[in-house]
Ligand binder design. Structure first.
Ligand SMILES: Nc1nc2c(ncn2[C@@H]2O[C@H](COP(=O)(O)OP(=O)(O)OP(=O)(O)O)[C@@H](O)[C@H]2O)c(=O)[nH]1
Ligand SMILES: [Mg+2]
Length: 243
């Protein structure tokens, strides 16, 4: 996975972070990892610093003073990577819901199909989600209908967080204008990519509920997504920033 940066936002992932980093480097020797940690009270960053001694020139850490949401963590990560020479930018959760073994598939599919954004999708044929409570599956599945209906963007898994972008996509999106932080962030990034007419592909992945650590999902994140999608659609009609 030549010239790629894998961005991992973390908040209280002490139980997952070292295994995640070790697994990724066991899969690819040439990729780089950037962890964006929001001063996790469980000291996630200290484990990253420990591992930096072993992976000096390919493991990086951005430490932020406060918990500011997954969306802004990714935006800071993208900006950091764009200042360097990476061509491919991955998004992956630290909780092993996204199987790191799929990183290579995302990369190869992006290149083989010559697309700009490759999405690891749970809903290509049926519902590929393991161990999620039924309420979460239903919420996520029906959210995907809602997003398609409002935006017209025909993506099967619009809230998916396992993604690979080409550098050109992140250069074209005005990152300072990205406004959402939770599920809505995932939708907004796809919507902006689609509006800019970049080529998008979805490939099937199996999504597993986290086994260790605590979910950061809350009602604010759901509310942001419900109203955010409407706001985004309306703004896109009137604002040239989306084009
Ligand atoms: N830096 C940073 N990372 C965050 C923040 N919120 C969540 N994350 C990370 O983003 C990733 C996804 O968060 P999760 O808690 O798994 O959220 P989720 O996948 O929607 O919820 P679950 O399915 O219940 O796990 C994980 O790696 C989290 O540690 C945040 O405010 N700041
Ligand atoms: Mg998760």
């Amino acid at each position: 996975m030549h010239n790629s940066l894998i961005i991992i936002p973390t908040y209280n992932e002490i139980e997952n972070i070292d295994r995640m980093i070790e697994t990724i480097f066991s899969i690819s020797k040439e990729t780089n990892i950037l962890v964006v940690d929001d001063s996790s009270p469980d000291n996630t960053s200290s484990l990253v610093k420990e591992l930096q001694k072993k992976y000096e020139d390919k493991l990086f850490l951005l430490e932020r003073k406060q918990k500011r949401g997954l969306g802004t963590a990714y935006i800071e990560g993208f900006k950091w990577g764009l200042k360097k020479s990476y061509d491919y930018f991955f998004q992956i959760d630290c909780d092993f819901s996204h199987n790191p073994n799929d990183l290579k598939r995302l990369y190869l599919e992006l290149l083989e199909n010559n697309v700009d954004l490759c999405i690891g999708s749970r809903y290509i044929s049926g519902i590929n989600v393991v161990n999620w409570p039924l309420s979460r599956v239903l919420l996520s599945y029906f959210a995907s209908f809602y997003v398609r209906f409002i935006t017209g963007m025909q993506i099967k898994d619009p809230t998916a967080g396992y993604k690979l972008y080409r550098r050109q996509v992140l250069e074209a999106i005005p990152l300072d204008n990205v406004e959402f932080v939770g599920y809505a962030f995932q939708i907004e990034m796809k919507f902006r990519t689609w509006k800019k007419k970049f080529k998008i592909i979805e490939i099937p992945i199996v999504f597993k509920d986290r086994e260790k650590g605590v979910s950061k999902l809350n009602s604010g994140i759901i509310k942001e997504a419900v109203f955010g999608v409407l706001k985004m659609k309306i703004k896109s009609i009137f604002s040239s920033g989306y084009k």
